[in-house]
Ligand binder design. Structure first.
Ligand code: HEC
Length: 177
């Protein structure tokens, strides 16, 4: 069994070491490829430090405390009230005169843009004859008269409710008969 390596053993060893070398090259290529892909991939953008976590839970865990906290609560309440009031025109009043004084008077008192003036019986006679329902509808949807004068829908305030428009129209009509 001893002695010089036989010819067939020699050729086996050569081929075997070539296979090993080839596999090592494949392994190195894969390692390099994996490293390359990883370095190109976008990094996780969600931080995991304590600061990041506190930032994330802040709105839930926010606590108003002390004097400045009380002021903050009041400011938030005031802002919420204001936002809610914006959706209901003039505090939701259905007092026709109050709504007129807030909005409609800007055209209908002086007769701006061809608007029939409040109390101008001649200007209102034919309109009143159309019936209150038509007048209310025209005030809600907007209306362009035969002379091309335009009454904007809800006097230009979309927050005005149907009931508020109707109340204002009725009050205007009652003042113009
Ligand atoms: C920007 C000016 C303007 C404002 C603000 C305005 N109007 Fe008018 N309104 C007009 C004009 C102009 C006409 C006349 C249109 C026409 O030629 O018939 C008119 C006509 C009307 C008519 C008669 C419609 C008809 O069928 O003859 C009614 C009712 C009316 N307005 C109600 C209101 C009410 C209620 C408001 C407030 C919520 C209001 N208007 C605010 C300009 C205005």
């Amino acid at each position: 069994m001893s002695g010089p390596i036989s010819k067939s053993d020699q050729s086996f060893l050569r081929q075997f070491s070539m296979v090993i070398l080839f596999l090592m090259l494949v392994a190195l290529t894969l390692i390099f490829l994996a490293w390359h892909i990883y370095s190109e991939a976008p990094k996780d953008s969600v931080g995991n430090t304590r600061q990041d976590t506190e930032q994330r839970i802040k709105p839930v865990a926010g606590v108003y405390a002390g004097k400045s906290g009380f002021a903050a609560i009041q400011a938030a309440q005031a802002a919420a009230d204001k936002a809610a009031a914006g959706k209901v025109a003039y505090g939701g009043t259905t007092d026709g005169k109050a709504i007129y004084d807030h909005l409609c008077h800007s055209c209908h008192t002086a007769g701006i843009a061809g608007a029939p003036r409040l109390g101008d019986k001649a200007a209102w006679k034919a309109r009143i004859a159309e019936g209150i329902a038509t007048l209310v509808k025209h005030a809600e949807d907007g209306y362009t008269g035969p002379d091309g004068n335009h009454m904007p829908a809800r006097g230009g305030n979309p927050a005005l409710s149907d009931a508020q428009v109707a109340a204002a129209v009725k009050w205007m009509v009652s003042q113009s008969k």
